[in-house]
Structure formats: structure tokens, C-alpha cells
Design a protein. Structure first.
Length: 211
């Protein structure tokens, strides 16, 4: 089982490696401080002995995790419009179930379909990356959707997308532009100043610009 790293540990590993130290040198630096801690006198409020790391594998793994996360936040984000109304659940076989309160409380989003049900939904979800943005919508009349929540993707775990929910608009309605299903995207801002491009960019930013 992989070790669960604290953010403080990840920050230190990343800083040392980016500063020019090899993984082996970082390992020795950490173990040096661990030995100093473990050798402190018994009356120094020491709670427990810390573990000496046996190889640089954990250093490599920690660095890879932090680098991937930081690189993701450097890239240009993409945008997705998703649903949160499930047509069936284990608790309710018929009728719609609003899953948004659960998503907001627990910091995630997921589809109400199994991966094999609608393959292109699964492919769209698989394209989501850390740093992208999700907007949860609900149909609000002919050709109109209501934007209910906006969040930034912080991670992925199997079929779960972890989200930092940033904002819940009070009454944000926009043209549907075909976004009727469970997940639409990725969308991005387009280059150009022609009317069609300008209209697209204004629509996208009317959804994802925090107010």
C-alpha cells in the first residue's frame, strides 16, 4: 500500500528536488533529520520514534505526485457542463433524484450511469484533468439551463471526480447550446474576434466567471 503523504511533506520534497538535489540526497536529508529527532533525550516531549526511509522510492513517488499536480494547475483549464439529476438510484428506482447536495457536501462529482451504459459519456469524463472547471446545470425551460454550482477539479479516483466547489449562483440562466445530457465538454475559449467566436466566448465566460 502506498504511503499517504501530507502536503507539507510533498512541498518539502518538491522544493528540494527542484532545487537540484537528487532523490538519494533528499532521502539522506530526511533520514538525517529523522535520526536527530529520534536521538533527542526522553524528557524532550518526544511522542514517538519516526521511521527511517529505506529507499528513495517514496521520495520519487512523492515528487511525481506534487509535480503532476503543479503542472496541471499551470496548463490552460478546460470547461465542462455536467448534470446532477439521476433518473434512478438504489434508494429510488423511479423518478429523478437531485444529487447536487451530496456532491457539494462531499466535494466530488460523478455520473449516474455505469461506464458501459453510454461510452461517450465515459470518454468525456476520462478527459477531465486536474485544474479543469465543472458547472452543474439543470434544464430550465425550452432552450435554457440553470447553472447551479461551479467548481475546480482537484483530483480523480476511479469514476469519481474530486471538486473544490467554489460558487453557487443564485439565478444564472444561459442558453442551452445543446447541453442537455450528463456531461458536455471539454470546452475552451477560442481565438478570434469574429461575431461567432465572440458569442461563444461570452457564453462560456458568462457561466464560469465567478461573481
Amino acid at each position: 500500500m502506498r504511503t499517504q503523504f501530507t502536503q507539507d511533506y510533498l512541498d518539502k520534497v518538491y522544493t528540494l528536488v527542484e532545487g537540484g538535489m537528487s532523490f538519494e540526497e533528499v532521502l539522506e536529508e530526511f533520514n538525517k533529520k529523522t535520526r536527530e529527532f529520534n536521538e533527542r533525550p526522553p524528557d524532550s516531549c518526544k511522542i514517538k520514534r519516526l521511521r527511517i526511509l529505506g529507499s528513495s522510492d517514496s521520495i520519487r513517488y512523492a515528487y511525481a505526485i506534487e509535480k503532476m499536480k503543479r503542472d496541471a494547475y499551470k496548463r490552460t483549464p478546460r470547461y465542462y457542463i455536467v448534470g446532477a439529476t439521476w433518473e434512478r438510484t438504489l434508494e429510488k428506482k423511479y423518478g429523478a433524484v437531485d444529487k447536487l447536495p451530496e456532491f457539494l457536501e462531499n466535494g466530488y462529482w460523478c455520473m449516474g450511469w455505469d461506464d458501459g451504459d453510454i461510452p461517450y459519456f465515459t470518454e468525456r469524463r476520462a478527459s477531465i484533468q486536474i485544474g479543469d472547471y465543472l458547472a452543474v446545470k439543470r434544464l430550465n425551460g425550452s432552450g435554457i439551463i440553470l447553472i447551479r454550482a461551479i467548481g475546480k477539479v482537484t483530483g480523480k479516483m476511479n469514476n469519481i471526480v474530486m471538486v473544490d466547489w467554489l460558487y453557487q449562483p443564485s439565478n444564472l440562466v444561459v442558453n442551452m447550446r445543446g447541453c442537455m445530457g450528463t456531461i458536455h465538454g471539454p470546452f475552451d475559449l477560442k481565438e478570434g474576434d469574429d461575431p461567432k467566436t465572440t458569442s461563444w466566448n461570452q457564453w462560456l465566460m458568462s457561466i464560469f466567471t465567478l461573481r
